[in-house]
Design a protein around this ligand. Structure first.
Ligand SMILES: [Zn+2]
Length: 193
């Protein structure tokens, strides 16, 4: 079996690449490699094309770090958004989860890496947009609490209100695993900190 697979060089490369994807195990990788390169070659080529386009076009918004295909994202340039509220999330994919609830009309900031936050720039943006409240949309863990305290301290001279979503949100999991109703409730019944 080992020799057999080793002679299928291109199939093996595809299989090994797919196995590196998050949540994809060996069995799923084999199914996917077969589907993409044998069963549905058209879909395989379409996916290859989409991946290439996404890699070349998706970047991060220069203001809020959200995913964007332009320098500034759709949310930051949208004049109908309520800039008095800024929701801080850990990952840009969390924005998809919150936007899907349809309850939040404020703006965002993706933390990504705490050490790389340009607080001078962030403060400038908060002042320009007249932001009044920072909402931390993190699931409750000790590490996440420490991030909130750190950011609150860095922004303390701006006279902002800080709140966090907490109720109904389970501890220690990613925001993308929280169901929409719980997240929606957690946003409206956020707690002042
Ligand atoms: Zn943005």
């Amino acid at each position: 079996m080992k020799t057999y697979k080793n002679n299928l060089h291109h199939f093996k490369s595809l299989l090994e690449a797919l196995e590196q994807m998050p949540t994809i195990g060996k069995k799923s990788a084999l199914k996917m490699a077969y589907a993409l390169s044998v069963e549905n070659k058209f879909l395989g080529l379409k996916i290859a094309h989409c991946i290439e386009n996404a890699i070349n076009n998706v970047k991060e918004c220069e203001i809020c770090n959200a995913l964007s295909e332009n320098e500034i994202c759709e949310i930051c340039i949208d004049s109908t958004r309520d800039t008095s509220q800024l929701c801080m999330v850990l990952h840009s994919k969390d924005i998809f989860t919150i936007e899907e609830t349809g309850d939040y009309r404020g703006i965002y900031f993706v933390i990504k890496n705490l050490e790389e936050i340009n607080f001078v720039q962030l403060k400038q943006n908060l002042k320009e947009k007249n932001t009044q409240e920072i909402i931390f949309a993190f699931t409750p863990t000790l590490a996440n609490d420490a991030i909130m305290i750190y950011i609150e301290d860095k922004l303390k001279d701006l006279n902002l209100t800080f709140s966090k979503i907490a109720q109904g949100v389970p501890t220690g999991i990613g925001l993308d695993h929280v169901d929409q109703l719980s997240l929606s409730r957690a946003l409206t019944s956020r707690i002042k900190i």
